[in-house]
Design a binder for this molecule. Structure first.
Ligand code: MEV
Length: 438
């Protein structure tokens, strides 16, 4: 079967599905059914989803759950989470309850500055370029006035533009490095539009600058784009309580737990192999809320991992201290997110999430997201340093194993009862299923 196709995007959705299923599948009818099963019966809703991207065939579901009882700066939230990993929502809910009874989470916005850059090559001296830049700097603001006027009305806009000399790393390479406040929007389109205008202004002004030689006038713009690295768009989430209130289990000594927990965090601070998994646990909470609120999880992921490497070595995002009998656990993370624009006004479930959260602005959402990440990290470290992760994890995964093996409702109940007090493993579940099926 020919797997090359011309003009695929011009085919209707039905034609695309027919081509895909007949080209790649041994049972095209069954394959087509798998796709159609996920179409929404509400045609308008389906059309909305079809038009989010190109070549849509169907919808790809993720569970949408909630973690209640999150107390953040004294206010209680039920946090929406879109995620497929079985134990994440349960762990978040447990950590929310635990810290809710100990004063809740405290969060602070450390900065909200976003970044856009124009990368260009200039074959002249830095001094000459700097003189030119200083002379024309106001033109960057003037030429973007039309683009920025609405953002300015909302209290945002371009904060500053500086020229950066990068020639020590790459011959002739300079940047216009602009900082922005995009208020409640993530601001990607705004920043990119401004950056492209900066590039145009830069080229036009260079052409007319009498101190430049012909070669210098033809400076070459390579690209203009926002940066997803936002080390000055940062939120802090924190919890603290007296060490002796840390244990809920009489078999676990609070002091020993605090020490072990702190050592686990220190290990993640100094050991990249552990830091990646440690931070992955944080991202379980962050990504789930980012998805449920229609934000760009790829941007958030890229920015956060770059931030975790800012010392030159990949390290833990969270930190702990035990001082004067007080245990404090905190995390600073960069988050360039929005509560207006993008999917936020379009996707019905994103609208639902926003209302569930009390229609937060971007700063409030940053605080909610960071809290979900810290809660997730706390829950994972607490399991890891006490019972081990598999006990809780496999209990939550049990339903997936049962569904994989097409267990009936009665079989599920039987298996759940059996494993109430028994450690779950894949093979033990299969053995038990086989036994009751005999
Ligand atoms: C699993 O999704 C996340 C953990 O591995 C995080 C961690 O190890 O800290 C449990």
């Amino acid at each position: 079967m020919n797997q090359n196709v011309k003009g695929f995007s011009k085919l209707s959705k039905e034609e695309k599905i027919n081509w895909i299923t007949s080209t790649y599948f041994s049972n095209p009818i069954e394959a087509k059914e798998s796709l159609l099963k996920y179409w929404n019966s509400d045609e308008n809703l389906q059309k909305l989803h079809d038009e989010f991207i190109e070549n849509t065939l169907t919808n790809f579901y993720l569970p949408y759950g909630v973690a209640p009882n999150f107390v953040i700066n004294g206010k209680t939230y039920t946090i929406p989470m879109a995620i497929e990993e079985s134990s994440v929502v349960a762990a978040a809910s447990k950590a929310a309850k635990f810290w809710g009874e100990r004063g809740g989470f405290k969060t602070t916005i450390i900065g909200t500055e976003k970044i856009g850059q124009v990368h260009f090559l200039f074959e002249g001296t830095t001094e000459k370029l700097t003189a030119f830049f200083n002379k024309i700097k106001s033109a960057f603001f003037a030429d973007t006035e039309e683009i920025t006027k609405n953002m300015q009305k909302r209290g945002g806009g371009i904060l500053d533009i500086v020229l950066k000399d990068k020639t020590a790393s790459l011959e002739n390479y300079y940047q216009l490095h602009a900082t922005f406040n995009t208020k409640d929007s993530m601001g990607a389109n705004f920043i990119n539009t401004c950056s492209e205008q900066f590039a145009k202004t830069l080229k036009d002004q260079a052409q007319e600058y009498s101190d430049f030689s012909e070669n210098e006038k033809n400076l070459q713009v390579i690209m203009s784009i926002l940066s997803n690295y936002v080390p000055n768009c940062v939120v802090r989430a924190e919890v603290s309580c007296p060490v002796d209130q840390l244990s809920e289990d009489k078999n676990i000594d609070a002091n020993e737990f605090a020490q072990k927990f702190a050592t686990a965090v220190k290990i993640a601070e100094i050991e990249p192999y552990r830091a990646v998994t440690h931070n992955k646990g944080i991202m379980n909470g962050i990504d789930a809320v980012i998805l449920a609120t229609g934000n760009d999880f790829r941007a958030v992921e890229a920015g956060i991992h770059a931030y975790a490497s800012r010392s030159g070595q990949y390290s833990s995002l969270s930190h702990v201290k035990i001082e004067n009998g007080i245990f404090t656990f905190w995390m600073d993370i960069p988050l360039a997110i929005g509560t207006i624009g993008g999917l936020t006004n379009l996707h019905p479930l994103v609208k639902f999430s926003m209302e569930l959260l009390g229609k937060p602005n971007a700063e409030e959402l940053m605080q909610i997201v960071a809290t979900a990440g810290l809660a997730q990290n706390f829950a994972a470290l607490r399991s890891l340093t006490t019972t081990g992760i598999q006990q809780g994890h496999m209990k939550m995964h049990l339903m997936n194993i049962l569904n994989q093996h097409q267990a009936t409702k009665d079989e599920k109940q039987d298996v759940l009862n059996y494993f109430k007090n028994t450690t779950v493993s894949h093979s033990l579940v299969i053995d038990y299923l086989e036994k009751i099926r005999k």
